[in-house]
Design a protein around this ligand. Structure first.
Ligand code: RET
Length: 284
């Protein structure tokens, strides 16, 4: 096998068995779908901005920031896939190309450095904290978010070359992740107090969505091991496709659906505070 060093398992699969037409195309399509959805949702967040009272609009602004950065990154990520794997007519499969860039999910991790703090701050502009201090929650979100990503970013380089280091960095990252979950639960529980029932219901849904969608990221990190059930990564094309799909589902849920639910929550809160967009007189 070629010497691929710290390359991720997608490259090892590309260099050994390669990818069938179906596995290669499904990956390319799901990566493309990712940035197409971000661009469509960008319009949603811009166009619904005025439906909430001014103090909640910063939440929509943060969704706009997330959509732009995610669309750009996912575009690069999709191109990274199609330029690193090349069709080989003799075997009829897509193989890791010679001399091209290798495939790496690192772009995603660096994008999360922007998006994770934005997504975590976003909810703080919709809910009112009853007991916790705004600045200490914000700092906790910021610190643990960045630490979770950087430790995971280092770990992912070792997924094939050094499983021990891969799991050590992954475990460190998970500790920061638990801290984020703890803070988010607190924010949502406090946010539910004293708001209209429909807003409280949306916040309950946001917690479930948050929990499930954020857990998909460590699932994608572990993918080569989830398919091998051992301490050797599975060099399987199915696992590669599963990782691309998991990331896309996670991205759409944690950024787009989350942002929409926050907009709906803010609409309910605006209404309760006397700002009812449906009844605004736009003719005067
Ligand atoms: C890593 C490394 C392995 C352990 C854990 C991880 C968690 C990642 C998460 C990422 C969330 C990203 C989001 C991006 C949105 O733009 C880093 C994969 C726990 C939770 C929400």
């Amino acid at each position: 096998m070629n010497n691929l060093g710290n390359a991720t398992f997608e490259n090892y699969v590309g260099a050994t068995t390669g990818f069938s037409e179906m596995a290669y195309q499904m990956s390319a399509h799901v990566l493309t779908l990712g940035y197409a959805i971000m661009l469509a949702a960008l319009l949603y967040f811009i166009l619904t901005m005025k439906t909430v009272s001014p103090k909640y609009r910063i939440s929509s602004v943060l969704s706009v920031v997330v959509m732009v950065s995610a669309a750009l990154l996912l575009f690069v990520q999709a191109n990274n896939w199609t330029s690193s794997m090349v069709f080989d007519a003799s075997s009829g499969r897509y193989m890791l190309g010679d001399g091209n860039d290798l495939f790496n999910n690192g772009y995603r991790y660096l994008n999360w450095l922007i998006d994770v703090p934005m997504l975590l701050f976003q909810i703080l502009f919709v809910v009112t904290l009853k007991r916790s201090s705004f600045s200490s929650v914000r700092n906790g979100f910021w610190f643990s978010g960045v630490a979770m990503i950087l430790t995971g970013y280092v770990g992912q380089f070792y997924e094939v070359s050094n499983p021990t280091l891969f799991f050590i960095w992954g475990t460190a990252s998970t500790l920061f992740f638990f801290h984020i979950l703890y803070l988010m639960k607190k924010v949502i529980d406090e946010g539910k107090e004293g708001v209209p029932p429909q807003a409280a219901k949306y916040l309950g849904t946001i917690w479930t969505l948050f929990l499930v969608s954020w857990m998909l990221y460590p699932g994608a990190y572990l993918m080569p091991y989830l398919f091998s059930f051992s301490l050797e990564p599975a060099l399987s094309e199915t696992a590669v496709v599963a990782r691309h799909m998991t990331y896309t589902i996670a991205d759409v849920s944690s950024k787009v659906i989350y942002g929409i639910l926050l907009t709906l929550t803010a609409q309910e809160l605006s209404k309760a505070e006397g700002f009812d967009y449906d009844k605004l007189d736009t003719t005067s």
